[in-house]
Ligand binder design. Sequence first.
Ligand code: AMP
Length: 331
Amino acid sequence: METVLSGIRSTGNLHLGNYFGAIKNFIKMQHENRCYFFIADYHSLTTHPTPEDLHQNVKQVLVEYLAAGIDPEVATLYIQSDVPEVAELYLLLSMNAYMGELERCTTFKEKARKQPDNINAGLLTYPVLMAADILIHKAHKVPVGKDQEQHLEMARTFGNRFNRLYKTDYFPEPVAFNFGVELIKIPGLDGSTKMGKSEGEGNAIYLADDEKVIRKKIMRAVSDSGPTEMNQPKSQPIENLFNIMNVVSSPDTVAHFEALYNKCEIRYGDMKKQLAEDVIAFTAPLRERILEIGADDAYLSKVARMGAEKARESASKTIKEVREIIGFKPF
Ligand code: AMP
């Protein structure tokens, strides 16, 4: 069985894009692999959150992943900072990570541009921490988005460099986990091709949004003035509405509106009303679970403890072996 690891940003509520693009796959994957999912709260310190925000953000993310269907009994779901072995491996790997390669990393350059007043060392060594996250469990596969490919490449570099330096084959080479044909991209409601949390108000539908908010967002979604000839190609905003409909509505509903569109008889208001009801039907049970789990501190504490315990079991084994390889030997 292969070990799969995925990091989860510790800020931001989950939206439909995250659900269909990542979590749905995680839910399936957890039964087929040895899965580690961790909430990356050490990483989030690069932006200096307040202690209250840090805790609240981690809690919200934990609650939403559980509500969406990550099973903490099946997968190992843990909070990064509960596993200090990660920080130790990060320190050890950083001794063989070079300034030049870290500075050349595109995500570093981008972040440095975005927060010019706070270009801290944590930003620079972000890929080293990410390598530690992956190597600590000797993960084989990492589901990564396009923006993370370079980080995964660096994790391979650091693992291989360690192997070469100490003449060992200790760390396996982690490769990108490919969801294959199931990879779908959920577009935004603002006419943009991607639903995302940093795309601005009204772009994304969150799993925690209530009915009123969902209706309002969808009714305000960007559309166009309607088709003027039969079988006209769709504009991007209309394509987007159909794409979202494709994942939440029944095939009959989609076919119904496709036919109306092709006959130039579509009324976007009607389509949006239907879409809103179908999104609500889809997200309502998730939202209910979010509220329920969010109020159950005892359960959350149990989940976090169990995750930390399972993750530390694997992490402490790695650290012990790495220490020995490096030459830290007990007297
Ligand atoms: P983010 O927190 O926005 O970086 O998203 C985390 C993961 O969710 C990404 O790596 C993707 O797998 C998935 N994801 C985010 N937005 C979308 C989207 N609009 N459509 C499909 N998948 C998405």
